[in-house]
Design a protein around this ligand. Structure first.
Ligand SMILES: [Fe+2]
Ligand SMILES: [Fe+2]
Length: 186
Protein backbone atom coordinates (compact mmCIF):
# COMPACT_ATOMS: atom_id res chain seq x y z
CA UNK A 1 0.00 0.00 0.00
CA UNK A 2 2.64 2.53 1.06
CA UNK A 3 4.84 1.82 -1.98
CA UNK A 4 1.83 2.03 -4.30
CA UNK A 5 0.81 5.40 -2.83
CA UNK A 6 4.37 6.72 -3.12
CA UNK A 7 4.64 5.81 -6.79
CA UNK A 8 1.23 7.40 -7.46
CA UNK A 9 2.30 10.56 -5.64
CA UNK A 10 5.22 10.94 -8.06
CA UNK A 11 2.65 11.12 -10.86
CA UNK A 12 0.20 13.52 -9.22
CA UNK A 13 2.44 15.90 -7.27
CA UNK A 14 5.09 18.41 -8.31
CA UNK A 15 8.58 17.53 -7.12
CA UNK A 16 8.40 20.24 -4.42
CA UNK A 17 5.04 18.93 -3.16
CA UNK A 18 6.28 15.34 -3.31
CA UNK A 19 9.35 16.19 -1.26
CA UNK A 20 7.19 18.10 1.26
CA UNK A 21 4.92 15.05 1.53
CA UNK A 22 7.85 12.71 2.18
CA UNK A 23 9.15 15.06 4.89
CA UNK A 24 5.67 15.20 6.46
CA UNK A 25 5.58 11.39 6.53
CA UNK A 26 9.02 11.20 8.17
CA UNK A 27 8.00 13.77 10.79
CA UNK A 28 4.67 11.98 11.36
CA UNK A 29 6.50 8.66 11.88
CA UNK A 30 8.80 10.29 14.43
CA UNK A 31 5.81 11.73 16.34
CA UNK A 32 3.86 8.46 16.08
CA UNK A 33 6.74 6.64 17.78
CA UNK A 34 6.88 9.20 20.58
CA UNK A 35 3.11 9.08 21.20
CA UNK A 36 2.60 5.33 20.64
CA UNK A 37 0.44 5.74 17.58
CA UNK A 38 0.24 3.25 14.72
CA UNK A 39 3.20 4.12 12.46
CA UNK A 40 1.60 2.68 9.32
CA UNK A 41 -1.60 4.73 9.83
CA UNK A 42 0.50 7.86 10.36
CA UNK A 43 2.51 7.14 7.21
CA UNK A 44 -0.58 6.59 5.05
CA UNK A 45 -2.35 9.70 6.37
CA UNK A 46 0.78 11.81 5.85
CA UNK A 47 1.38 10.51 2.33
CA UNK A 48 -2.19 11.26 1.27
CA UNK A 49 -2.72 14.56 3.14
CA UNK A 50 -2.01 16.80 0.12
CA UNK A 51 -2.98 14.25 -2.53
CA UNK A 52 -4.96 16.70 -4.71
CA UNK A 53 -2.92 19.79 -3.87
CA UNK A 54 -1.46 19.97 -7.39
CA UNK A 55 -4.78 19.43 -9.10
CA UNK A 56 -6.18 22.55 -10.77
CA UNK A 57 -8.58 24.25 -8.31
CA UNK A 58 -11.29 24.43 -10.96
CA UNK A 59 -11.63 20.65 -10.63
CA UNK A 60 -12.29 20.94 -6.88
CA UNK A 61 -15.85 22.25 -7.27
CA UNK A 62 -16.56 19.63 -9.91
CA UNK A 63 -15.41 16.78 -7.63
CA UNK A 64 -17.34 18.27 -4.70
CA UNK A 65 -20.53 18.58 -6.72
CA UNK A 66 -20.33 15.18 -8.45
CA UNK A 67 -19.71 13.31 -5.22
CA UNK A 68 -21.96 15.35 -2.97
CA UNK A 69 -19.14 16.39 -0.62
CA UNK A 70 -20.18 18.93 1.99
CA UNK A 71 -18.37 22.28 2.22
CA UNK A 72 -19.15 25.29 4.40
CA UNK A 73 -19.23 28.98 3.44
CA UNK A 74 -15.60 29.64 4.42
CA UNK A 75 -14.35 26.84 2.17
CA UNK A 76 -16.79 28.00 -0.51
CA UNK A 77 -14.96 31.36 -0.54
CA UNK A 78 -11.47 29.84 -0.37
CA UNK A 79 -11.77 26.60 -2.28
CA UNK A 80 -8.12 25.68 -1.77
CA UNK A 81 -9.13 24.77 1.80
CA UNK A 82 -11.04 21.82 0.36
CA UNK A 83 -7.85 19.93 -0.56
CA UNK A 84 -7.93 17.94 2.71
CA UNK A 85 -11.56 16.97 2.25
CA UNK A 86 -11.01 15.93 -1.38
CA UNK A 87 -7.78 14.08 -0.56
CA UNK A 88 -9.67 12.12 2.12
CA UNK A 89 -12.32 11.33 -0.49
CA UNK A 90 -9.64 9.83 -2.79
CA UNK A 91 -8.08 7.93 0.10
CA UNK A 92 -11.41 6.23 0.64
CA UNK A 93 -12.50 5.73 -2.97
CA UNK A 94 -9.19 5.01 -4.66
CA UNK A 95 -7.16 3.32 -1.94
CA UNK A 96 -10.12 1.82 -0.10
CA UNK A 97 -9.06 3.24 3.24
CA UNK A 98 -11.90 2.77 5.70
CA UNK A 99 -10.10 3.78 8.90
CA UNK A 100 -11.96 6.95 9.93
CA UNK A 101 -9.03 8.18 11.98
CA UNK A 102 -6.80 8.22 8.88
CA UNK A 103 -9.55 9.85 6.80
CA UNK A 104 -10.19 12.52 9.46
CA UNK A 105 -6.47 13.23 9.83
CA UNK A 106 -6.32 13.91 6.09
CA UNK A 107 -9.53 15.94 6.01
CA UNK A 108 -8.75 18.21 8.96
CA UNK A 109 -5.01 18.74 8.46
CA UNK A 110 -5.46 22.27 7.12
CA UNK A 111 -7.67 23.91 9.75
CA UNK A 112 -7.97 21.41 12.59
CA UNK A 113 -11.11 20.87 14.65
CA UNK A 114 -12.08 20.48 18.31
CA UNK A 115 -11.41 17.16 20.03
CA UNK A 116 -8.84 15.95 17.53
CA UNK A 117 -7.46 12.42 17.91
CA UNK A 118 -3.75 11.88 18.52
CA UNK A 119 -3.29 10.88 14.88
CA UNK A 120 -5.09 14.03 13.68
CA UNK A 121 -2.80 16.18 15.84
CA UNK A 122 0.28 14.32 14.59
CA UNK A 123 -0.60 14.93 10.93
CA UNK A 124 -1.56 18.56 11.56
CA UNK A 125 1.74 19.19 13.33
CA UNK A 126 3.91 17.13 10.97
CA UNK A 127 2.60 19.24 8.10
CA UNK A 128 3.36 22.39 10.06
CA UNK A 129 6.85 21.60 11.33
CA UNK A 130 8.39 19.29 8.70
CA UNK A 131 12.10 20.19 8.18
CA UNK A 132 11.36 22.28 5.08
CA UNK A 133 9.33 24.84 7.09
CA UNK A 134 11.30 27.98 7.96
CA UNK A 135 8.84 30.49 9.47
CA UNK A 136 9.59 32.41 12.68
CA UNK A 137 8.93 30.29 15.74
CA UNK A 138 8.91 26.93 13.94
CA UNK A 139 11.79 25.59 16.07
CA UNK A 140 9.85 26.25 19.28
CA UNK A 141 6.86 24.31 17.92
CA UNK A 142 9.20 21.48 16.77
CA UNK A 143 10.62 21.16 20.27
CA UNK A 144 7.20 21.32 21.93
CA UNK A 145 5.77 18.71 19.53
CA UNK A 146 8.16 16.13 21.00
CA UNK A 147 7.15 16.98 24.58
CA UNK A 148 3.48 17.94 24.62
CA UNK A 149 1.20 17.45 21.64
CA UNK A 150 -1.59 19.72 22.90
CA UNK A 151 0.70 22.61 23.75
CA UNK A 152 2.35 22.26 20.34
CA UNK A 153 -1.12 22.27 18.72
CA UNK A 154 -1.98 25.53 20.50
CA UNK A 155 1.24 27.13 19.26
CA UNK A 156 0.68 25.86 15.71
CA UNK A 157 -2.99 26.93 15.58
CA UNK A 158 -2.15 30.41 16.89
CA UNK A 159 0.70 30.80 14.43
CA UNK A 160 -1.35 29.49 11.52
CA UNK A 161 -4.33 31.73 12.34
CA UNK A 162 -2.04 34.78 12.57
CA UNK A 163 -0.67 33.90 9.15
CA UNK A 164 -4.12 33.47 7.60
CA UNK A 165 -5.20 36.86 9.03
CA UNK A 166 -2.01 38.53 7.77
CA UNK A 167 -2.88 37.28 4.28
CA UNK A 168 -6.28 38.99 4.61
CA UNK A 169 -8.11 35.68 4.55
CA UNK A 170 -10.89 34.40 6.76
CA UNK A 171 -9.86 32.05 9.57
CA UNK A 172 -11.84 28.81 9.46
CA UNK A 173 -14.20 28.66 12.48
CA UNK A 174 -13.00 25.11 13.20
CA UNK A 175 -9.49 26.49 13.84
CA UNK A 176 -10.88 28.89 16.46
CA UNK A 177 -12.94 26.11 18.04
CA UNK A 178 -9.91 23.80 18.00
CA UNK A 179 -7.81 26.41 19.78
CA UNK A 180 -10.44 27.05 22.49
CA UNK A 181 -10.88 23.30 22.97
CA UNK A 182 -7.17 22.67 23.36
CA UNK A 183 -6.64 25.62 25.68
CA UNK A 184 -9.15 24.00 28.02
CA UNK A 185 -7.40 20.63 27.74
CA UNK A 186 -3.88 21.68 28.76
FE1 LIG B 1 -2.34 20.66 2.97
FE1 LIG C 1 1.03 19.71 3.44
Amino acid sequence: MIELIKSDLKKYLSLDRYNHTIRVSETAIELARIYNENVEDATIAALLHDYVKCLDKKHYREIIRKNNLKIDSVIEKNIGLAHGLISAYFAKEKYKIENMDILNAIEYHTYGRPDMSTLEKIIYLADYIEPGRTFDGVDDIREMAKKNLNKAMIMALESSMDYVKSMGKEVHPLSIQALIFMQKEV
